[in-house]
Every structure is written in structure tokens, then in C-alpha cells.
Design a protein around this ligand. Structure first.
Ligand code: FAD
Length: 445
């Protein structure tokens, strides 16, 4: 009975924790991937850049296996139905995979685990997507951290101690690469009887969006702390989409960050932090982390929301950000914070509306980081500061895009009579309204 290795958000053969465990368990290991119709059928747009990216990455993964005399079996359907068919056809003895912490994935995995156990097969999942899981970085009293800075300090201490404690292939691989290619003789040999379906066979078409490379120059990482806040320059890694789908290893990039730039490492740790938050507090997926914030009387003005989505608020940096998102599927982090603050504070629109819009548009969309970023902006998240941090878009403009390079790149009509003279909601008035509304709502909570 073969061991099946199920790829999900780990579309690579190298440095793959779960695959390594499957290889070490014996073999032959039969790698698979499932295009999930529960997700694909709900996508409104058939030219979807993320589907195209996954398709391309799965094709490259299959080629990587072929280079080692093995192959990837690729299925398309509803996971439970696909698994029933796999169990019948291949009769696996065990299934190995890497853990996915999102609520949908957890429910799906439990259902698959049940199916396998009924068929006498075991299910094994491993940590691969992040560096530490929520039970690894805990406060001294055993509880989860809810504020980033102390979390980061503890994370760093734990990493240092684990790295000096363990050596060798079989032990903890904190930042060491898993040597998957050393054991390719354990992979099931021969060609796949389930080749990668074409995009068209699944009802999709290429969207034609540029995907950033998986490698980043040493120089960019070295100078990241100086460049990362300026949206007009290419000062960040653009690796988000690759972390999301595991086309690169988080361990490898963290290792590099440790050598080159501590600030970059810290950003990677934000990703662990937000993942840990949804693991410890799954309720935050659709509710505020700070429960008192449930009762904010949002304005939720549909026309304002539409203007924000389209990049037509009359605030240059907000408009530039939203247009960058709409046109390229990515927005600079500094500007994500500014547009999110404008939506939730100045326009008084529920953070979940913005979160949903980002979820539809971002190529690097990651539920935990997106939710964390939005709740941080709305003031209801894991933030030491409560609601009164309200970004002043003019000072942000002056500080981070003083010569309007970024604004001009995305808002060509800026500075012409076609651009609105007044913003939808002006800073001072909007700030005072937000402070009043938040304060009153919290006083009643
Ligand atoms: P870099 O600056 O090069 O950082 C490297 C990597 O570190 C990123 O790819 C990402 O994996 C991680 N990282 C950096 N900053 C953060 C952060 N604040 N939180 C979590 N991880 C971080 N990030 C996502 O990956 N997916 C999202 O859906 C997402 N939504 C966001 C929504 C809002 C409102 C805000 C304020 C931030 C959001 N972020 C999200 C965090 C951050 O903006 C992006 O990770 C970053 O801009 C991606 O660009 P980059 O790959 O060039 O990042």
C-alpha cells in the first residue's frame, strides 16, 4: 500500500517537511495535488491570476518530480469525493501532508482523516507553512501572546535556543532545509496516470499577471529596513504569493534574513504571529479580536465603499493604493495601512468589507495576515494601541511619497482638473467623527 503525500500550500519538492517525513517513513511515496472545486466553483471571474499561478506552480512541481523519475498525480473535484475515489483506486496505507490552519482547511482535513481511518489508513500532518506554531511560542504562564513585540522577543529567544540545541537530519529542522532530494528513490517511479489538467479543462483562462521571482537580491534584503516604507521604490521582496502557496520555503528565507537583515526577519515573524492568532483565537476570522468593538455603528455607505474600491476617494495616496491593487493584484504594505485606516476611520466602514475586498484582489492573500492587518487598522485587533491611531493621509504622503512618484504612477489624472478637489471625507472632520463614534460605542460596551 503506497504512502500518499498530499501537496496543498507547499508547492515545492525541496525543503518540504511533510514530504520528508513521508519519504523517511518508507515508501513508495505517491505525491498528489487536488484542484478543489469547493473553492474554484465559487470564483466569479474565470480569468483568475491566483488560479493561473497555482496551475503554473503545480505544472512546475510535476516537472520537478519527473526530473527525479517520479511524477505528480493531479485531481480536480470536491476533496471528499476525490478522496473516496483515491482510496478505492490506490488503497493508500498512510497519507502525509503539511498543516493548513485556516478554518475551511481544518474541517476538510478532519473529514479526509475520517475517510482514511474508515479505510484503515492513517493521516499524518506536519508543520511547514510557518516557523513556529501557536503552542511553541507561549507566554510564561502558557497562554498565547496577543501583542507582537513581546511575541517577537520570545520567538527570537526560542529560535536561538532550538538552533543551538539540535543538530542532524533527524532532529529539529528549525531553519535547516529538509533534504528531500536525498531520498528521491523513495518516490513512486514512473509517469502519472493523472497529468495536470489544462486551465481550460477547469473552465479558467490565463489572466496574464506578472508573478514576482522567487529569488530576491542580497542587496534588497540588506537595505530592506531603509527602503521598505517607500511605495514609490521597489524596496520590498514581493515574496508574499510564494509564501502563501509554498513555492518557496519560509525556513530558507528566514535563514537568509538572519544573515542579512533583522528587520526583514521581523516581518516574516509577523506572518507567524498572525497565523498563531487564528490558531489560538479562531473566532477572529469574522469577529473583532477585542470583543468590545463589535458594536461600532458603522456608516457602511455603499457609494463611499465603491469609491474607495475604485480608487476615487480624492485622497491621492489612497486612490493610488487601490488602483495598484486593482491593476496589479498587490499593494505596498505602507499603503495597505493607509487605505485600511481611511476606510475604517474616515469613512466609518466595517473592516470586514475592506478585508473581503482585499481577499478577492490580493495575489498574496493570506487569511491570517489579511485579517490581522485589517483588525490592526480598525483598532479592534491585537494591538497595544486602541482605536485612536488614525492615519493622517497628508503626513503619510509627505513622509513616504514626498515627491508623489507613487501617486503619479497609479493616478495619472492627479494634478489635472479631472482629479477631485476635495476628498470624500476630509481628515480633521473624519478624525473627530471617528474618535467620537468609537468612544461612544466602547463606553456602551
Ligand atoms: P515584504 O515587506 O518583503 O515582507 C516579506 C514577507 O513578510 C511578506 O511577503 C509577508 O509574508 C511577511 N509580512 C510582511 N509584513 C507582514 C505583516 N504586516 N503581516 C504579516 N506578514 C507580513 N500579507 C499577506 O501576506 N497577505 C495578506 O492578505 C495581507 N493583507 C494585509 C492587509 C492589510 C490591511 C495590511 C495592513 C497588511 C496586510 N499584509 C498581508 C501584510 C503586508 O502588507 C504584506 O505581507 C506585504 O505588503 C507583502 O509584500 P512583500 O511580499 O513585498 O512584503
Amino acid at each position: 500500500r503506497p504512502i500518499i503525500f498530499w501537496h496543498r500550500r507547499d508547492l515545492r519538492l525541496e525543503d518540504n517537511a511533510g514530504l520528508y517525513r513521508a519519504q523517511k517513513a518508507g515508501g513508495p511515496v505517491m505525491p498528489i495535488f487536488i484542484f478543489d472545486r469547493e473553492i474554484l466553483d465559487k470564483l466569479p471571474e474565470k480569468k483568475d491570476a491566483r488560479v493561473e499561478f497555482i496551475h503554473q506552480s503545480v505544472t512546475e512541481l510535476a516537472a520537478a518530480y519527473q526530473e527525479h523519475g517520479s511524477d505528480l498525480r493531479v485531481f480536480y473535484g470536491h476533496p471528499k469525493k476525490v478522496w473516496k475515489a483515491i482510496i478505492e483506486e490506490y488503497q493508500p496505507g498512510a497519507v502525509y501532508t503539511n498543516r493548513d490552519y485556516e478554518p475551511y482547511a481544518k474541517v476538510r482535513d478532519l473529514a479526509v482523516k475520517d475517510l482514511l481511518e474508515e479505510a484503515g489508513a492513517s493521516f499524518h500532518d506536519f508543520k511547514d507553512h510557518i516557523i513556529f506554531e501557536s503552542d511553541e511560542v507561549q507566554k510564561n504562564d502558557g497562554g498565547p501572546y496577543t501583542v507582537f513585540t513581546p511575541y517577537w522577543r520570545k520567538w527570537r529567544t526560542i529560535l536561538d535556543s532550538r538552533m543551538s540545541q539540535f543538530e542532524g537530519e533527524e532532529l529539529s529542522y528549525y531553519l535547516k532545509p529538509y533534504p528531500n532530494t536525498k531520498y528521491t528513490d523513495r518516490l513512486l517511479a514512473g509517469k502519472s496516470d493523472r497529468p495536470v489538467p489544462s486551465l481550460a479543462e477547469m473552465g479558467f483562462a490565463p489572466a496574464g499577471i506578472d508573478i514576482p521571482p522567487t529569488e530576491v537580491s542580497r542587496k534588497l534584503i540588506r537595505t530592506y529596513d531603509e527602503t521598505r516604507n517607500f511605495p514609490g521604490i521597489e524596496g520590498t521582496s514581493r515574496l508574499g504569493i510564494h509564501f502563501r502557496h509554498g513555492t518557496i520555503s519560509i525556513r530558507e528565507k528566514a535563514r537568509r534574513a538572519m544573515d542579512l537583515n533583522e528587520t526583514f526577519l521581523k516581518e516574516l515573524v509577523w506572518r507567524d504571529f498572525y497565523s498563531n492568532i487564528i490558531q489560538s483565537f479562531p473566532r477572529v476570522v469574522d469577529a473583532p479580536f477585542k470583543k468590545d468593538y463589535e458594536n461600532i455603528p458603522w456608516e457602511n455607505n455603499e457609494a463611499d465603499f465603491k469609491a474607495w474600491c475604485a480608487g476615487k476617494t480624492g485622497v491621492p495616496i489612497v486612490d493610488a493604493g487601490m488602483r495598484q491593487l486593482n491593476e496589479s493584484g498587490w499593494m505596498h504594505n505602507r499603503v495597505r495601512m493607509i487605505v485600511a485606516s481611511y476606510l475604517t476611520k474616515h469613512l466609518l466602514i466595517d473592516w470586514r468589507w475592506g478585508e473581503g475586498y482585499f481577499a478577492d484582489k490580493l495575489l498574496d492573500y493570506e487569511l491570517a495576515s489579511n485579517n490581522g492587518g485589517w483588525q490592526w487598522a480598525a483598532g479592534c485587533g491585537t494591538d497595544a494601541q486602541p482605536y485612536f491611531r488614525i492615519f493622517n493621509y497628508d503626513s503619510q504622503q509627505k513622509k513616504f511619497d514626498a515627491d508623489y512618484t507613487y501617486v503619479k504612477q497609479w493616478v495619472p489624472e492627479y494634478g489635472t482638473p479631472d482629479y477631485p478637489k476635495e476628498p470624500l471625507v476630509e481628515h480633521k472632520w473624519g478624525r473627530e467623527r471617528a474618535l467620537r463614534v468609537y468612544k461612544e460605542a466602547l463606553a456602551e460596551a
